[in-house]
Design a protein around this ligand. Sequence first.
Ligand code: HEC
Length: 240
Amino acid sequence: MRYFFLAFILSVTVVVSVFGFRGHRFTDPPAEIFNDMDQQAKVKYQAESAFFADGLGARQPVAGTLPVGYEIPEKPLAGEGSRGAIEFSLPGDYYHTGRYGEYYGDGMPEGLTVDAALLKRGQERFAIYCAICHGQSGNGQGTLKQFMPVLIANLHDPQFSDKANAQYRPDGEFFEVISKGRGQMGPYGANINVHDRWAIIAYVRALQESSRKAAPPAPPAAETPAAPGTSPDGAAAPAN
Ligand code: HEC
């Protein structure tokens, strides 16, 4: 029994000397047994640094650096003519959402005309952002296909290109797919500004149009025996 009391008093002393009395304020930094990366050898934002001659921890971006997805507007932001240059997504109108209320809209938003410049921009952006998966022609046979067994949508399939198809995806839905992703496809809303998303859509529509002109419409599905492993209507992706 005597040993119990001795051990008890000893352990109370140890606990109190390590943790202190209740309510006691320590001025020393706490002892960290598992510090969980609390202390890191890095410069915190907006902090001073003795390392650089100017005394600032943060560095200026290299001259000419542009934030991802931005262009330099020809005019300063205020006023006419600047719309779209740096916008990503705002809630509200068709231009920013692809929707009228709950419904997808179709066609280019007001103020955007499909001209050579827009198509050229779309072609360039499509080549940068989409072709790796969907292929330069949009047929779903991009480079990625060689490395991963994924079903990448063929943008010439009727549900994407034929307005008469029951599953037809209008321009507004394309806009949403680019912005937010769908199924296996990730979102590109943070990388492609709103204007460029519409330029890409215009370009995809032009691709569809030119493939329609190049090839006569396919015979009805019933007459073409489906290749093994493909669904009878040739759809690459189920409708979401
Ligand atoms: C990393 C690969 C990848 C990239 C890059 C990519 N996509 Fe996709 N996309 C996919 C895959 C995979 C699907 C099929 C998604 C599914 O149904 O699960 C898809 C589906 C789609 C669909 C059909 C969605 C639907 O309604 O079923 C559209 C439209 C589309 N992509 C457009 C684009 C456009 C435009 C770009 C460029 C901005 C783009 N994609 C970039 C992989 C990609």
